[in-house]
Design a protein around this ligand. Structure first.
Ligand SMILES: [Zn+2]
Length: 313
């Protein structure tokens, strides 16, 4: 959801993705931009010079799942948020994965002052080894777990530039550049160490909630609303909220209920229990391990080998 105010420009179309059909091994598959009518500014708003605007450039992840990446630009400074990849779909046969088109940033890479990575899911970190060099390898600000996951992945890319990763945590304030300052805050998500960011800009606070969900306690009360209240009181110029499945009516199941159901299965099972989960669903995997220990089970983990590999890990 994006709320637009004066002095804020959504430049998704200006990033002009080049449309080309992908071949096997060609990760730069791009889609035709979805063009929507730009709403007219209310007549009460005085015109603002282009110079004095914060420009938002969506490079991926808007109205699609995957390849999350965006840029916020003010004068001669650009802050990038996330560098994700997208997994192939039915209409992309032969493609291993898709990365954002960064032509807009490559043409302005001297302006890119920092990259903020919100969390360690591959649709937020997966394109780091491919894109950091292209945008000038600026400092990366992220949480400790996310840093380790980025570095682990980086080991597979021996030609990628050495990264300058600076660890931040909940409530840290960091000056990213002359005009941008970030204050980080914790967000509930399926992986620990997810960070949201209040980006203080010359036009006001741009708040990015990374990818968020509400979890509920056992009485059905949503958790963590006080953080939303605190940030609201600071004044929000523009709000970015991203929550997978948010357009579907209803509620997502609380992790507490999922854990209870998994425990029931462990309790009743006589033989072996096989559990499938995304490898990055760390919160759930740690709960599964705790339940297995509680019922005195031995744990074995299995990860399918990467595509093209002959061995299995
Ligand atoms: Zn995520």
């Amino acid at each position: 959801m994006i709320r637009q105010n004066r002095k804020f420009e959504h430049q998704a179309e200006d990033s002009k993705p080049v449309v080309s059909r992908g071949r096997a091994g060609d990760f730069n598959r791009n889609r035709a931009p979805v063009r929507r009518p730009v709403p007219a500014r209310p007549s009460t708003v005085s015109p603002v010079s282009k110079e004095d605007m914060v420009r938002f450039v969506a490079l991926g992840g808007l109205e699609e799942v995957g390849r999350n990446m965006m840029a916020l630009e003010y004068k001669d400074e650009i802050i990038v948020v996330d560098m994700g990849l997208q997994f192939p779909e039915e209409d992309t046969p032969g493609i291993d994965y898709i990365i954002p088109n960064t032509t807009y940033l490559e043409e302005r890479k001297h302006k890119v002052k920092a990259v903020v990575i919100t969390h360690a899911h591959l649709d937020h970190i997966g394109a780091v080894p491919y894109l950091m060099g292209k945008v000038g390898n600026p400092p990366v600000y992220t949480a400790a777990l996310t840093k380790e996951m980025i570095l682990r992945r980086q080991e597979e890319f021996t030609n990628a530039p050495k990264l300058d990763i600076r660890v931040v945590q909940n409530h840290d304030k960091v000056r990213l550049s002359e005009h941008f300052e970030a204050e980080f805050f914790g967000v509930t998500h399926a992986i620990p160490d997810t960070l949201g960011m209040i980006l203080k800009t010359p036009i006001g606070n741009i708040v990015h909630f990374a990818e968020m969900k509400f979890d509920y306690d056992k009485d059905g009360k949503p958790q963590g609303l006080d953080e939303y209240e605190r940030i609201g009181k600071m004044g929000v110029h523009t709000l970015f909220l991203d929550s997978t499945g948010a357009v579907k009516p209803g509620f997502s199941l609380s992790e507490r209920i999922v854990e209870k159901n998994i425990e029931e299965i462990f309790k009743k099972a006589d033989g072996r229990v096989i559990v499938g989960a995304f490898s990055t669903l760390l919160v759930r995997i740690s709960e599964i391990i705790k339940i297995a220990e509680k019922y005195d089970r031995k744990i074995g983990s299995f990860r399918p080998a990467p595509k093209g590999s002959r061995t299995r890990a």
